[in-house]
Ligand binder design. Structure first.
Ligand code: PLP
Length: 412
């Protein structure tokens, strides 16, 4: 395939998603390959936040809980996210962080399998998922055990003691994709429930929770959904579990009648029982803009472009950086790759810092992985060539070999 600049620019001219880029406020001279970590700023969010702060908060004050529909935002935005992940209305709620939602979903699933004791996951899963499992086990006083096995051993480990399987659909480091339908089927056949972490899936690949028969899911608002730093997360619970799944984080807003101020907790009907405390209104307003924008895009076109960006990036790396010792850690096969391409390199940390100084922003994940997020809404095919040529320049000049980067920063 011809991957010279003219060929890539021709692809950009024909790109059905090309109009989306101008809907984001992207800094000049920056190639942003980190939308899988923190999505870019939708222009609509700037105006929306101004209005929410000045009018709704400043003038409406507390009346805005009703007048500006703040109270309904967790359900309203949840329904919009539901449409992106194959869930139905009333099955997704926006609340809390992904970590807290992992806790809520796993404990709810445990409440549906009281005779079983194991929470199962894969080694190398995103740490917060593993840590939450470990915290739940520690708190359970011996009732529950947390166990992680290698990815290819997960299905074989399913057995009569496994209550919940917790997996991230698209791996945060490698971008490898689990087959949600197949894994869910196997878990159900073994009598277990599944909690899917969709942090790197929603807005990145087509997701069909109900098509796969999923039980619970959680995910981040600030990555591919472009909801802003620290955006609230979301939780999916399949309708069939709403009645019996008992929330352990039994906060007042998940009560059947919060404003009855009863002493005893009675869970709300439906997804609202997974609310806990007061929703973060400003974060929710920004998130809604990101979700609305994503909802305008055709998921088929998005996936096509994401995969093609990935193929082009990998090919260009082979052509221009083949001699510099990068090892591809993402699956080459389209069906198994999410919306990122990652390479391992012994000097990965220094290379990424040198790239950032040159305006190419990706990130580094210990011990040696350079992650490049490919976000089809605002990246261009030509950007792939520019990024790879900068990587080449960093390697040729050994710009990574700088004393400033011998000590790692708090955020990598
Ligand atoms: C798979 C996965 N789960 C969870 C999180 C983070 O959760 P939280 O929003 O609670 O920090 C991340 C963050 O990168 C992630 O990649």
């Amino acid at each position: 395939m011809n991957r010279d600049r003219a060929a890539l620019e021709a692809l950009d001219r024909e790109d059905p998603l090309r109009g989306f880029r101008q809907r984001f406020a992207l800094p000049e001279g920056v190639l942003y390959l980190d939308g899988n970590s923190l999505g870019a700023l939708p222009r609509a969010a700037m105006a929306r936040l101004e209005r929410t702060v000045e009018e709704e908060w400043g003038e409406g004050l507390i009346t805005s809980w009703l007048a500006a529909d703040w109270m309904e935002a967790p359900r309203r935005v949840g329904d919009k996210i539901a449409a992106l992940i194959g869930a139905g209305p009333g099955e997704v709620i926006v609340a809390d962080s992904t970590s807290v939602n992992v806790f809520k979903a796993v404990t709810a699933a445990l409440s549906l399998r009281p005779e079983r004791s194991v929470i199962l996951s894969e080694t190398g899963n995103f740490p917060t998922d593993l840590y939450m499992m470990q915290g739940i086990a520690a708190f359970s006083g011996g009732r529950v055990r947390a166990e992680a096995v290698a990815g290819d051993a997960v299905l074989g480990r399913l057995g009569e003691d496994v209550a919940v399987l917790l997996l991230t659909q698209v791996h945060y480091k490698t971008g490898a994709v689990h087959d949600m339908a197949e894994v869910t089927r196997a878990a159900h056949a073994a009598g277990a429930l599944v909690v899917w972490d969709l942090s790197h899936s929603a807005g990145a690949i087509p997701v069909d929770l109900n098509g796969a028969g999923a039980d619970f899911a959680v995910g981040c608002g600030y990555k591919f959904l472009n909801g802003g730093p620290g955006a609230p997360a979301y939780l999916f619970a399949a309708q069939r579990h709403h009645g019996a799944a008992v929330p352990v984080l039994s906060g007042w807003l998940g009560h059947a009648e919060p404003f009855a101020f009863e002493d005893g907790y009675r869970p709300a009907e439906g997804i609202a029982r997974f609310l806990c405390g007061t929703p973060p209104v400003l974060g929710m307003a920004a998130l809604e803009c990101g979700v609305d924008l994503m909802a305008e895009a055709d998921m088929g076109a998005l996936r096509d472009k994401s995969l093609r960006l990935g193929r082009i990036f990998m090919e260009l790396m082979e052509t221009h950086c083949g001699e510099f010792g990068f090892t591809l850690v993402s699956p080459r096969e389209d069906a198994r790759r999410g919306s990122q391409v990652s390479f391992a390199h012994p000097q990965g940390y220094g290379i990424m810092q040198a790239l950032k100084e040159r305006g190419v922003i990706g990130d580094f994940r210990a011990p040696d992985v350079l992650r490049f997020g490919l976000t089809p809404l605002y990246l261009r095919y030509g950007d792939m060539l520019d990024a790879v040529l900068q990587i080449r320049a960093v390697c040729e000049t050994r710009a990574w070999d700088d004393p400033r980067w011998k000590v790692r920063a708090a955020v990598t």
